[in-house]
Ligand binder design. Structure first.
Ligand code: ATP
Ligand code: MG
Length: 347
């Protein structure tokens, strides 16, 4: 198909001493050209693991146990690559690693969780951007400077920022610098893990507008990760809801009120909106499953009031298409009304 990115049956485990953490379990989804997809889900559900796998920056103790990732039709991650991305033990792995160094800046850019701290405090902002053009695109210093200034202007920053040190900039300005660096080599995919988390609400809003504008100007696909559902639905065309390392629902942002997975429904109801009384907000009861065993069937079953005896059977979490562009991994598929927000929604 015409996917920029396609993730197929991806499973990733972390090794912690003798234990294994099943962080991603058989994740499949795609992002089309120019599309913006957002990932939501509770802390620890595997959002960053997925973002790191795509950006090829997984830590040493991770293992890809199944699946592949395709980028513009080419395999960039493959479970047959070996035990770990970073061990670089075989020639084959080294070769893939080398080819990925290119992809990382030219094809896929990652704005990390906590990216603001990734700017070097000792270097002027402009030098850090120019270096990308000099070392990754072999530009002459003068041209690199000109390109950097243009880039800063394209994210709404004035020319003085070029000569500033990171500590002289506000959080929102630093975030713009990081975004500018991420798009510097015209990637076709930008991954943003919690791009606005440490910023105030108004600045967050501006950064979202900025990302959307850049998507249209530079024709990039966006994959963003956040806890903030209202922010991410403004930023994304489709939302992917994750639970315990699995995708439980994929839904167009405009249809979010028609969510069908009991977990998504609870996630939506657990968010306080500005207008409503906080006492009406439902926390999600119970705790997320330990990822020390690989979940079979639906991982949400222990916390789900709609669960039936067959929910833990293998295959119970097969995605079902309920509407165009809307898939749900649930066999029960209850019809849920937004106003059914009562403790009856929780077992
Ligand atoms: P958050 O919203 O808190 O950022 P997340 O959805 O990004 O969470 P991940 O960071 O992907 O979640 O973590 C998924 C699971 O893998 C969690 O159980 C986490 O504890 C575990 N994990 C993450 N990194 C490592 C690591 N380097 N070694 C071992 N386990 C890890
Ligand atoms: Mg994370």
């Amino acid at each position: 198909d015409d996917y920029t990115l396609y993730v197929e049956d991806l499973s990733i485990e972390y090794t912690l001493g003798l234990r294994r953490v099943y962080a991603l379990n058989n994740v499949t989804f795609g992002i089309r050209k120019n599309e913006s997809v957002g990932i939501v889900g509770e802390s620890g559900c595997g959002k960053s693991t997925l973002a790191m796998a795509i950006g090829h920056i997984l830590p040493q103790n991770s293992v890809v146990t199944s699946g592949r990732i395709y980028f513009n039709g080419k395999v960039i991650v493959d479970s047959e690559m070996g035990a770990s991305f970073s061990l670089r033990s075989s020639k084959r792995e080294r070769r893939i690693e080398e080819s990925l160094k290119m992809v990382r800046w030219k094809g896929i850019s990652v704005v990390f969780q906590g990216a603001l701290d990734s700017l070097n405090p000792l270097l002027r902002v402009g030098e850090q951007i120019s270096d990308i053009f000099i070392y990754r695109a072999e530009k002459a210093p003068d041209e690199a400077r000109e390109l950097s200034l243009q880039l800063l202007r394209s994210v709404g920053l004035d020319d003085w920022v070029y000569d500033a040190f990171p500590h002289q900039l506000s959080g929102g300005m630093k975030q713009r610098v990081v975004i500018a660096m991420a798009i510097s080599l015209r990637p076709s995919l930008v991954i943003a893990d919690e791009p606005t988390t440490s910023l105030d609400v108004l600045t967050q809003y501006k950064i979202v507008e900025e990302l959307l504008r850049l998507r249209d100007t530079f024709n990039v696909s966006l994959l963003s990760v956040s806890h903030d559902i209202s922010m991410i639905s403004r930023l994304s065309d489709r939302i992917m809801v994750m639970y315990a390392g699995k995708v439980v629902e994929m839904i167009p942002s405009s249809d979010f009120s028609r969510a069908r997975h009991p977990y998504t429904f609870m996630l939506v109801n657990s968010i306080p909106s500005i207008q409503e009384d906080i006492s009406e907000v439902l926390p999600i009861e119970g705790s997320p499953p330990s990822l020390l065993t690989k979940p079979t069937g639906c991982p949400f079953e222990p916390r789900c009031r709609y669960a039936t005896g067959s929910c833990r059977e293998p295959g119970a979490d097969e995605p079902r298409v309920v509407e165009a562009g809307h898939t749900v991994s649930c066999t029960v598929l209850p019809q849920m009304k937004r106003d059914a927000r009562a403790s009856s929604a929780v077992r």
